[in-house]
Design a protein around this ligand. Structure first.
Ligand code: FAD
Length: 504
């Protein structure tokens, strides 16, 4: 049977759409098979009774003109018809005694505020804010600009030169987590609040610093109309180049002949052939289910044996008949007494409202989202039982009741509610344990991110992997670059130069 396409791509998340776009751009006929009925994968949003709930973007690096990752998004048409909002304050942490930590993105404002809160920690605060200032000039895209397999000695030398001025801050702040840094703080409130400044305490300090630096540079915006619009814009660019997407078309198997990938078989049993197959979906499912674990080695086995950290979350999205616009947009409340959620005592609750984007709620009303890290195993053991839904409702009810203390009248003003557990993320996107970013970026997984994860499987030809599972820590620009880099490598295999262009 003749191939249907040059390249078949499994998954229309941001990595799959990017791979598809660059494939078309370089003269390859591509087809994407997507399990869901819409693009975006984790970069998504959903509508309920006049409210739009965003499921996947707090900030996108690359929204500031001329800044790192900006051209990547322009190539992908991600800005077409879209506007972005920018925050000057990342979040606030509220302590049980009414203390407030404002995580300003502007380093001078942050420094002044922190010094007021914790004068005895002046040395640590000044060092931290100095780091944020330094990262304003750091190009986070430099490591991913080109596939590592294609880097020449001259490329490495150029990269070395680019990184050199930052060696001091990288050395100092990449091997320290926010939790480690907080342990050095003397002032009690700052010591308890600091680990939550970037929503996960094990984040390497340099990652948090980069986030503040990019926010302050106006290079970390959020799309008006929520995350799905962003994915749709890239989908349109791909389709405009002649790409083809089959929705509601889950792939069940990768077809292999003589140790070469030759196509895919869908759940519907239809088969499609191609000269190459790129998986842009969950890495574990790809290796162990779609390929039945037949192309694996010790390194891959170890990566997927469960010892590396993942981030699974519980998100309770509310449409409320209250105006939250005068409140800070994101607050982590530190609790004096813990709350038991999904079998764990939690000492903090994150609450974000989206009034900075009025298109998401009817006038005078608000979208409010409660976010917590939540263990996948708790939800998984309830899967398939009525107890699962009871546990969802119980968790949501307990959170809302506790939040009455901070938002009086919240419970009575709820018009609609949606609860997403780690199992929901897994069900809708196929990601192992509902992981939001592949392996979580910590000081221990940072070297894995820099070194890279295998993008080919041992003994299997014409098969490639992209996505947040080949770029630990995930994130939208990094997975888009993973799709881009894979097509660069394929062009090289075929002796072609890699082409790209900006819209228009
Ligand atoms: C709540 C949340 C907040 C986040 N916030 C940010 C943020 O602020 N900034 C940022 O940069 N990143 C953020 N991220 C991370 C970012 O969204 C992800 O890293 C990125 O979207 C992953 O893209 P991907 O293409 O690798 O995978 P996915 O988005 O998982 O896409 C994979 C696609 O493959 C499809 N698929 C799976 N199995 C099959 C199959 N068998 N056949 C066919 N199709 C299949 C899925 O349906 C899915 O569409 C966030 C993630 C979450 C969950």
């Amino acid at each position: 049977m003749a191939p249907t396409a040059d390249i078949i791509i499994i998954g229309a998340g941001i990595s799959g759409l990017a791979a598809g776009y660059y494939a078309q751009m370089n003269g390859y006929r591509s087809i994407i098979f997507e399990a869901h009925d819409q693009p975006g994968g984790l970069c998504t949003a959903w509508q309920r009774q006049g409210y739009t709930f965003d499921g996947g973007i707090h900030y996108i690096f690359g929204t500031g003109e001329g800044q790192p990752f900006y051209d990547l998004w322009r190539e992908l048409g991600a800005f077409e018809g879209l506007e972005f909002t920018n925050q000057t304050e990342f979040m606030q942490i509220h302590g049980p005694q009414g203390e407030v930590l404002r995580v300003h993105s502007q380093p001078d404002a942050l420094e002044a505020h922190l010094l007021e809160l914790a004068p005895e920690d002046a040395k640590l605060i000044e060092a931290f804010c100095k780091g944020v200032r330094k990262f304003k000039d750091f190009d986070l895209s430099m490591l991913q600009q080109k596939p590592k397999s294609l880097m020449t000695a001259a490329d490495w030398a150029r990269l070395g030169k680019q990184v050199l001025p930052f060696m001091g801050v990288l050395g100092k702040w990449s091997q320290l987590s926010l939790r480690d840094l907080a342990a050095q703080v003397k002032t009690p409130f700052l010591r308890s609040a600091m680990p939550h400044m970037f929503a996960w305490p094990d984040v390497p300090v340099m990652v948090g610093m980069s986030l503040l630096a990019y926010l302050d540079n106006g290079n970390a915006g959020q799309p008006v109309g929520a995350a799905l619009n962003f994915a749709r814009a890239i989908e349109q660019r791909y389709l405009a180049l002649g790409g083809e997407i089959h929705y509601s078309a889950p792939v069940e198997r990768v077809l292999v002949e003589n140790d070469q990938a030759v196509g895919v078989q869908l759940h519907s049993h239809e088969t499609y052939r191609a000269r190459r197959v790129i998986s842009a979906c969950d890495g574990r499912r790809t290796i162990f289910d779609l390929l039945r674990g037949e192309y694996i080695n010790r390194r891959l086995e170890k990566l997927y044996d469960g010892h590396l950290p993942l981030h699974s979350q519980l998100q309770v999205s509310l449409g409320v008949n209250l105006d939250f616009s005068q409140r800070p947009h994101w607050v982590t409340h530190l609790l004096a007494e813990p709350i038991a959620i999904a079998g764990q005592d939690r000492y903090e609750i994150g609450v974000k409202h989206y009034c900075f984007d009025p298109s998401l709620a009817p006038p005078g009303k608000s979208v409010v989202v409660i976010m917590l890290t939540s263990p996948y195993s708790y939800w998984q053991q309830l899967s398939g039982h009525t107890a699962y839904h009871a546990a969802e409702s119980q968790a949501a009810r307990s959170l809302i009741e506790r939040l009455e203390e901070f938002y009086p009248g919240l419970g009575a003003s709820i018009e609609c509610m949606d609860v997403a557990t780690p199992l929901s993320y897994e069900r809708y996107t196929g990601n192992w344990q509902g992981a939001s970013c592949g392996w979580l970026l910590t000081k221990d997984t940072l070297p894995l991110m820099i070194k890279g994860v295998p993008k080919r499987l041992p003994g299997l030809g014409q098969f490639y992997m992209v996505s947040q599972w080949t770029e630990p820590g995930g994130s939208l620009p990094i997975v888009a670059l993973s799709g881009r880099n894979m097509i660069t490598e394929i062009c090289r295999e075929d002796g072609r130069g890699f082409e790209t262009a900006l819209p228009g």
